[in-house]
Design a protein around this ligand. Structure first.
Ligand code: ZN
Length: 160
């Protein structure tokens, strides 16, 4: 079976930056499992997987605009120190998960000057060209229930 919309795909991957440094890998843990066509993956990787079958191994270079997008300076914001819990020891590089009604974002402290804390809500990989080494482990049709729920059931997915 080939990867197409509404198939459940499991794959192993190693993600590297443009210099070949490993950023993330599924090695040592379970393969990543997702429903193809549902927007779960960055567009460049989803397109590279399209039409592949179990056993396929390939490498793909994904430019920033097909990955996590270009950096947006409007997502950088300076907030007063007292916006944070006083017991929190703030440091440059510290990351938080910020939630608003629509989405979750990783926010990184990029500067602290006196009482002013500069936050960057760009995705940590925004602006980065990504390199994936991928091995497709399995491809199957999604069940109607999985499509209704919008997530995978069973191994690599929800158990309920
Ligand atoms: Zn479900």
């Amino acid at each position: 079976m080939e990867i197409a919309d509404n198939t459940v795909v499991s794959f192993d991957y190693t993600l590297k930056d443009a210099s070949g440094n490993v950023i993330d890998s599924s090695k040592g843990s379970d393969p990543l499992t997702y429903i193809h066509g549902g927007g779960a993956l960055i567009p460049g990787l989803a397109r590279a997987l399209e039409g592949k079958s179990a056993g396929a191994s390939f490498s793909v270079r994904v430019p920033a605009d097909e990955a996590y997008g270009e950096r947006d300076d409007e997502l950088i914001e300076v907030v007063p120190r007292d916006r944070f819990d006083a017991s929190l020891e703030l440091a440059v590089g510290m990351q938080f998960e910020a939630r608003d009604e629509n989405e979750r974002r990783i926010v990184t402290i990029i500067e602290i000057e006196g009482d002013a804390v500069t936050l960057d809500a760009n995705h940590p990989l925004a602006g980065a060209e990504l390199h994936f080494d991928v091995t497709v482990k399995s491809v199957r049709a999604a069940t109607p229930e999985e499509l209704t729920h919008g997530h995978v059931h069973g191994p690599g997915g929800h158990h309920h």
